[in-house]
Design a binder for this molecule. Sequence first.
Ligand SMILES: CC(C)(COP(=O)(O)OP(=O)(O)OC[C@H]1O[C@@H](n2cnc3c(N)ncnc32)[C@H](O)[C@@H]1OP(=O)(O)O)[C@@H](O)C(=O)NCCC(=O)NCCS
Length: 390
Amino acid sequence: MSQPKYVGKMEWPVAVQIGKGLEGAITSETEIGYVDGEKGWLVYRGYNIFELAENSTFEETTYLLLYGKLPTQKELDEFKQKLVSYREIPGEVIDTLRKVPKTTHPMAALETGIGMLGCLDPDADKCTMESETEISFKLIAQMATVAGAIGRLRQGKEPVDPDPTLEHTANYLYMTTGKKPDELMEKVMDVAMILHADHGMNNSTFTTMCIHSTLSDMYSAIVGGIGSLKGPLHGGANEQALAVLLKLKDEEDATRYVKDCIANKKKIMGFGHRVYKAYDPRAKVLGKFSQDVTEKKGMGHLYRIAKRIEDEVIAAYGEKGIFPNVDFYSGTVYYAFGIEPAMFTPIFAVSRISGWCARVLEYFRDNRIFRPRAMYVGPRDLTYVPMDKR
Ligand SMILES: CC(C)(COP(=O)(O)OP(=O)(O)OC[C@H]1O[C@@H](n2cnc3c(N)ncnc32)[C@H](O)[C@@H]1OP(=O)(O)O)[C@@H](O)C(=O)NCCC(=O)NCCS
């Protein structure tokens, strides 16, 4: 049977401009937050991130992202209680995590753990606003527990049960290290979690929304988000940035490293951003923490090496809008607190779960499946060649 032939160049109904990497594309309207890349602002629900870093807590900020307003004391207490009630994870999840090879990256283990939570939740496929909201609370609480267990099992240690008397961040640190954190560690890590909780239409957030827009389930969406965050161009940059710092002896070595990257056109991990063309406000806060915490922990050289890299990169690329991003200094802070580098990106996931859930729920209210197109530029008039003629 003869088939119609599509010959000539593909015709598009309107002039099409491709924003490579979806640059310039607007997915939806949102009231959750935004990044002003020119001014270097990050805003959650109308509050500048500096305000929240100074005054809020991770739980309160999570409530703000989900509900669009700061909670009253009663609302916050109830919300915290809900997290306490969901914090423990089923034994089957721990059993599954025990089977993950120790050589597996913790982010892949996190995908597995969250996937298993979904398998065990009878409400996973209900996909109503009510069920997805409740699952969001579970996931916000349990991401920390799963990440904590992964950190322990990797080191051949037994997972630690959550302590209902501890706040969310303190609990996460307790389940990771097996020790209750001191005041400094709890405060600094809580602010770091606030800074990472949401960040405009970033890749992992878009991934979660994209998956959920098919009316798949919340667990699948979050597993996808973890997979996206794992990449070194996204959340995985924090681990890589620290790996570089640990290889450098001193500031002169740092200068040599940057000059080598520039000469060989190699990207420097922890720098640059699609949206920020000014200094990332999160890096401002974390840079200060890095200076204080590394000094206190006798690792001041790490900060000095990092600062030299920052100065050299800004001198070379500042005019192009390349500055440190959130991932440059965060690793130095976590490392100074004794957290192993492979667990840095899971900390990001334990924080970003709040933004992921808030944005999936917001989009779900007026859902439409995401379905972009690509411009086909390949051949169009080929005739099938039988196997013996190829
Ligand atoms: C974040 C990132 C992925 C944004 O990517 P993007 O918007 O697609 O930008 P591009 O990769 O196209 O970079 C644009 C230009 O800046 C340069 N650039 C971007 N980030 C750079 C970096 N970290 N080091 C050196 N140059 C960088 C690119 O080489 C490119 O230069 P050119 O125009 O001369 O070719 C990118 O900046 C990057 O790879 N950074 C390192 C990884 C990282 O820290 N990720 C965490 C983000 S929070």
